[in-house]
Design a binder for this molecule. Sequence first.
Ligand SMILES: Nc1nc2c(ncn2[C@@H]2O[C@H](COP(=O)(O)OP(=O)(O)O)[C@@H](O)[C@H]2O)c(=O)[nH]1
Ligand SMILES: [Mg+2]
Ligand SMILES: [Zn+2]
Length: 296
Amino acid sequence: MSARGEGRVVSRFGATLLVRLPDGTVRRATARRKLQHVVCGDHVRWGETPGGLVVSAILPRRNQLVRSYFRGQPRIIAANIDQVVVVTAHRPAPDWFVVDKLLVASELLPADALLLHHKIDLPAPAGLNGMLAVYRGIGYPVPDTTTAEPATLDALRVALRGHTSILIGQSGVGKSSLTNLLVPDANARTAGLSAKAELGQHTTSVTWLYELPDGGELIDSPGIRDFTPPPMPAERYQHGFREFAPLLGQCRFHNCLHRREPGCAVRAAVEAGTIHPQRYAHYLRLLEEAGDGPGH
Ligand SMILES: Nc1nc2c(ncn2[C@@H]2O[C@H](COP(=O)(O)OP(=O)(O)O)[C@@H](O)[C@H]2O)c(=O)[nH]1
Ligand SMILES: [Mg+2]
Ligand SMILES: [Zn+2]
């Protein structure tokens, strides 16, 4: 009888998958023909064949982080995520619209979200500390970190323990540097595995799942320039802004989208200064870009 079992997808390179088996070994595998797209973080079923390990099924996904659609197909970054760590840094300075779109995607997964404030050894760009205070105020943990002082990563380590978390953010914010501190030998292990599986030199441009030493998993993703949440009905976006939650249901119209409707509790909160105008502007912009803005 040939061996079979379950495992978790560490990474994929075109048609080649790397799968971590329950005993901790990572094996090269291919997907059974006609299987839907397998992604990093998938739990899969596999079987041993004369040609090697073949993934025969994807176990049901708890969630999937989708970047955008290409020719109508979702681009899934990773699956089965408990926590999204949106990495912001002093350099490159954050694009707050991208940050908000990532937070919206996290809320709707649903998953917990953290906003990492990284490279604090460098001078802070204008306005950054004020914006981070806004995010702290609406309930996002915002740990301050720098690779120059590894002890600053302690709070992050505690937050990551026991969960599957993904680091996501612009190129150059420090995701891979952080991964290397959080996962001892991450670099060497990745290089060793890719050499053994003959994957070539492309390991920095793929999404990769690592086991954390204290339990849990960390996914390092390639940098993104922009991020578009998957298409969804207009009334879903409001649930991506957690500071709107206590107000939902208090607008005059039950189907209020908080644009120009009279008696809108969200707009009133923006005018009263309890919702930050930039967060609200990004909500409107998301609706508009999704094709349901004020002009439609
Ligand atoms: N000054 C400073 N530089 C950092 C820090 N963390 C990472 N870097 C540098 O930022 C650059 C990009 O880091 P990298 O981890 O490749 O970013 P990624 O694209 O998000 O994976 C590299 O030159 C790192 O050495 C930090 O805390 N402080
Ligand atoms: Mg990187
Ligand atoms: Zn409203």
